[in-house]
Design a protein around this ligand. Structure first.
Ligand code: GUN
Length: 292
């Protein structure tokens, strides 16, 4: 069994980008600038956004963190987005999800200039992805594709089962892996909360992408020998033995599934770090496009 070391691969990618930034500086070019909007003070969201900003600093990007109060109106948030859309210093920006109840998420995502949408969530960019046109691929699915590619895991003709149909992970990864591309060419099945005989479907999978948001959902009896496991889930599970009172669990029951798997991503240290690396890659791409 091989552990798919997302932390190591993401560090390799960050080193590659940092080299690129150095050459940009030596040529007197402007370095990429990422901005992130965080609404409210959700613990997990704060952790993710801070990790994104820190990663920018480490590789030589400029970054701006915009922290807004939980009870901000939709109108005020849309104004902030407009400011970033029209600010030439910013190459790309993200609005960390989820957003508070009073705000219409789709309206917010549609307000982002698609040329600065480094999360790839705007309908224009989702459409471009579905048509296999150049775009910003959403960072988590992009990270999964990159991890599969760098570990040279064969996907062509394989049965891939995706658990979950979210806009951020399940839906886009199902599109990408079915396309004619690296880490693609697979036969993809998407299962979700209404699927029947779920275990019968997962047992046929050569590769499972678990993105259902239920901790330790996929257990060893639900997969076949030598399956490849990509675990996207990350949930805080109460654990009295830990100092902070919780441990991080994926959507996969690691102990039982890892006994059958040929490759598996750990949680943490698997898909999570890859997401950040690919966001940086998209920001570099945005900078390069704005030069043209
Ligand atoms: N919330 C969970 N994942 C993501 C992501 O990739 N981007 C943003 N903006 N919010 C998220």
């Amino acid at each position: 069994m091989t552990i798919l070391d997302g932390k190591k691969v993401s560090n390799d990618i960050k080193d590659e980008i940092a080299e690129h930034v150095k050459s940009m500086i030596s040529k007197g070019e402007k370095v990429p600038h990422l901005a992130a909007i965080l609404v409210g003070s959700d613990g997990a969201s704060m952790t993710y956004v801070n990790a994104k900003v820190k990663a920018c600093e480490r590789i030589g990007f400029n970054s701006t963190l915009i922290e807004l109060p939980e009870y901000i109106s939709e109108e005020e948030l849309l104004e902030k987005i407009h400011d970033l859309n029209t600010n030439d210093a910013i190459d790309g920006f993200i609005v960390q999800l989820p957003l508070p109840e009073q705000i219409d998420e789709q309206k917010v995502l549609m307000a982002i200039n698609p040329d600065k949408d480094v999360d790839g969530f705007h309908p224009v960019n989702v459409g471009r992805m579905a048509l296999d046109l150049p775009t910003f691929l959403p960072a988590t699915p992009y990270g999964i594709m990159e991890l599969l590619e760098r570990y040279q895991i064969e996907t062509s003709g394989k049965n891939v089962v995706i658990l979950g149909r979210s806009h951020i992970v399940g839906r886009p990864i199902s599109i990408l892996m079915s396309q004619k591309r690296k880490a693609g060419d697979a036969t993809v099945t998407v299962v979700h909360s209404r699927s029947k005989n779920l275990e019968d479907i997962t047992r046929e999978a050569d590769i499972v992408v678990a993105a259902i948001g239920i901790s330790e959902f996929l257990t060893g009896d639900m997969v076949k020998e030598d399956v490849v496991i990509i675990d996207v889930g990350i949930t805080r599970v109460p654990d009295a033995t830990k100092k902070n009172g919780y441990r991080l669990a994926g959507d996969v029951h690691y102990e039982s599934v890892s006994q059958k798997a040929s490759y598996i991503t750990p949680v943490p240290g698997g898909v999570g770090p890859m997401t950040i690396a690919m966001l940086l890659k998209n920001t570099l791409l945005a900078r390069e496009r704005h030069n043209k």
